[in-house]
Design a protein around this ligand. Sequence first.
Ligand SMILES: Nc1nc2c(ncn2[C@@H]2O[C@H](COP(=O)(O)OP(=O)(O)O)[C@@H](O)[C@H]2O)c(=O)[nH]1
Ligand SMILES: [Mg+2]
Length: 482
Amino acid sequence: MGRVDDDPLTLAISPPPDETPEQREERLKEEAKARKISDDIDEEIKAAKNTQKKKPNVKVLLLGQSESGKSTTLKNFQLAYSQAAWEAELLSWRTVIQWNLLRNVHTIIDLLTDALENERASSDEEDSSSENDGEATSGPPASPTRRRTPLIFNEKHRLLKLQLLPLRQVQKDLEGRLGASSSEPTGQEEKLAKKHGQETFVRSSIWKASLLPGRRNSEAAVGLPKRNREAEVLQTNEILAGLAQTIKSLWDDEAVQEMLRRRKVRMDTLPGFFIADVMRITKRDYVPTNEDVVRARLRTLGVQEYHIHFDTGPAAGMDWVLYDVGGSRTQRAAWTPYFDDCDAIIFLAPISCFDEKLVEDRRMNRLEDSYALWREICSSKLLAKSQIILFLNKCDLLEKKLRLGIQVKDYVPSFGKRKNDAQTVSQYFAQHFKEISKQCSPQPRPFRVHLTSVIDTRATAVTLHAVEDGILEMHLRSIDLM
Ligand SMILES: Nc1nc2c(ncn2[C@@H]2O[C@H](COP(=O)(O)OP(=O)(O)O)[C@@H](O)[C@H]2O)c(=O)[nH]1
Ligand SMILES: [Mg+2]
């Protein structure tokens, strides 16, 4: 420790020998001022050190309603910045993709069962008519009791159904392995959540640890002993490989496709659509591709923490902590504790959802829900200093829907007579989000928006670089108080 006299500040302002009383008073004033500045600087350094201690990482939250693309955005972060971790996890996604495939199959089988039963009922009604209507789509209704030409289902379809019967059990087994993440939100869950708080949700990352081959992890002890589990995995792979051609026949069948069209079930726009890839993904040596993994659908439960270490780029050497959260209504209460000290929020709003309702609340339009949630996040006092970046996601699906002729004005009356194309629609929605942000933010904040399709990993990598720069700049400014 140096003596007080050594302090350059003290030496510089030591009194001159021939000082008048006025000069003395002036000097003391100056001294007091200088000391104040010096103390302030010390305080700032201390504060900066504390902040740095408290905030060694950049903290980013991914928020948005269920199925908005949060987990997929996180996957893009891993793919772009944590290649090794990404590759280590590839194989564990196989189970999720198999489960997605079986959900596709059973969606079709359920509709088929329904159609077969209706067909029987309507043919009973028509006193065992022997007429054949030919092509399912051709001609006007043959009799007044029929509103439409019936679909032509025959023995082939009944047989397909029988052959695919074992897949019910396989789906159940996969659900056993995936745990609660493979369930969908229901009203029942809402009630349970109210009663028990967050405890009804498990951390869904557990499934990964338990599925990775040969990984020893305390979490891996979930469910079956390891050897049984391996045998079960092999058996699933065998059954699927054996039934691949049958699944393909079901999907390729003309009458099945016509049934889907009539029921307005657009399988290819649904999350986790894999049935068109059945031959490839049921091969015995199948390893999921990057594209498969970002398209796989698994519900996130609770709040999951991910660490991304940046090796290159402007953030090189830094660790970022990303939080991926469950987005269904009952899970949103769990977000707030993570708001404190958060650098940035990436908020996802799927803009293709203007004509859809929430799974957990069939009365709520999904776009309206996104607006409401955005309003809540923007107005949060805890987040007043956090940067918020909006991803208007699922632009690819928006384009698909508009091409199919779906009119935005039918669902969003205020859209009026504007042009029904992707650019006009996304601009219109973006403007609405911007206005909410302006009205509700406790202090002015820039409105940052990206139009994304996060299943496109290449385009998303570019977006993420821009996001990285923005977040980094803000983070450095917040700790660099000097
Ligand atoms: N077509 C398309 N699908 C997407 C997009 N973003 C996410 N998905 C799919 O939507 C499903 C739900 O996404 P996910 O990230 O799990 O949503 P989360 O519930 O917000 O975490 C997954 O099957 C994704 O592959 C997108 O931009 N376009
Ligand atoms: Mg998720």
